[in-house]
Design a protein around this ligand. Structure first.
Ligand code: HEC
Length: 296
């Protein structure tokens, strides 16, 4: 172990205020701190380089030698200070502005897209309105009414009364083929319109047999007047049914159904949802006669 070298004097050249290369001499100066470490390490090279005037180069203390601690530090400091592109955090105000823009954009879309309905800005088509407000067809001939009625019969009535019009006596569903309610003496367009519009409940006698227990569902809320007229014309002119005995009125038109629908019961419109179905007794009170209002 060699004797630690005495603390070297710090040399300054020129006035401390004018010369930038003056090494600070305070007790906590970088040089002093380094020197203490160098002395501990007992490294003559570093000691020479960092604190003492170099005998070979004549450099000022702290700046001499190619491996000067000061110069190493300078390089390291420079490297660390070098800014790198692309990894800077987003400035606070940019985040605030972007967030505000997003919120405003969301509000704007929500407030101006009319519930995202694509048709909302369509120019109204006068022809389309015509279709909506166009009156229902009002066929008058048996063939036209039968064609409309055949479709409705197959999709609605056939489930109960069967495509053959036989009904299902075992399930208390009466036949339509040969029924005196459909054709014959007590068959009346107005009575039939009642059965279809409001439904039928309670016992009903058809072809000498009484059916009770099952209910005929009301069709007034489901079918339009001309459709009810069509299905009635269909059942009166299908299978063995051949309209009225004299075949004076083979067709039932929408006017008959409309007239029945317009009638009020106890001062108000009769419900077509099956909550106020007709009974056989009520049907029998309806007179058989021309139900359709006279044509204009
Ligand atoms: C859910 C089964 C069911 C459906 C669907 C149904 N009916 Fe009925 N229908 C009945 C029942 C049951 C009766 C007897 C009601 C009673 O006992 O009071 C009846 C009675 C009738 C009557 C009077 C009795 C007769 O046999 O002449 C007619 C007319 C009639 N239905 C026509 C139709 C027409 C037309 C349709 C189609 C629009 C239709 N029904 C749809 C079950 C049904």
């Amino acid at each position: 172990m060699s004797e630690p070298k005495p603390k070297p004097e710090v040399h300054t050249s020129g006035s401390p205020t004018t010369d930038a290369r003056v090494i600070p001499t305070g007790g906590d100066s970088v040089s002093d701190l380094h020197r203490a470490h160098m002395i501990q390490m007992n490294d003559p090279v570093m000691l020479t380089a960092d604190g003492v005037e170099s005998p070979e180069t004549g450099d000022e203390p702290g700046f001499g030698g190619s491996d000067s601690v000061q110069r190493l530090h300078d390089a390291v400091m420079r490297e660390q200070a070098e800014p790198r592109d692309g990894f800077e955090p987003v400035p606070f105000w940019v985040a605030i502005v972007c967030g505000a823009l997003l919120m405003w954009g969301g509000y704007y879309i929500g407030a101006n897209t009319a519930d995202f309905r694509r048709d909302i800005f369509d120019v109204p088509n006068p022809k389309a309105t015509e279709v909506i407000t166009a009156p229902d067809p009002d066929p008058q001939t048996v063939d036209e009414l039968k064609a409309i009625g055949a479709q409705k019969y197959q999709s609605i009535c056939a489930a109960c009364h069967l495509p053959t019009g036989e009904g299902k006596p075992a399930e208390n569903i009466p036949p339509l083929d040969g029924s005196e309610w459909v054709v014959g003496e007590q068959a009346a367009p107005e009575r039939l319109a009642h059965i279809l519009l409001y439904g039928l409940k309670g016992p009903v006698t058809v072809k000498g047999k009484t059916f009770s227990g099952a209910t005929m569902p009301a069709q007034g809320g489901l079918l339009k007047d001309y459709e009810i007229a069509g299905v009635l014309t269909y059942v009166r002119n299908s299978w063995s049914n051949k309209g009225d005995p004299d075949n004076a009125k083979p067709a039932i038109t929408a006017a008959v159904v409309k007239a029945v629908r317009a009638k009020e019961k106890d001062g108000k419109k009769r419900p077509t949802d099956g909550s106020d179905s007709v009974t056989m007794e009520e049907l029998l009170k309806i007179p058989i006669g021309p139900a359709a209002p006279p044509k204009k």
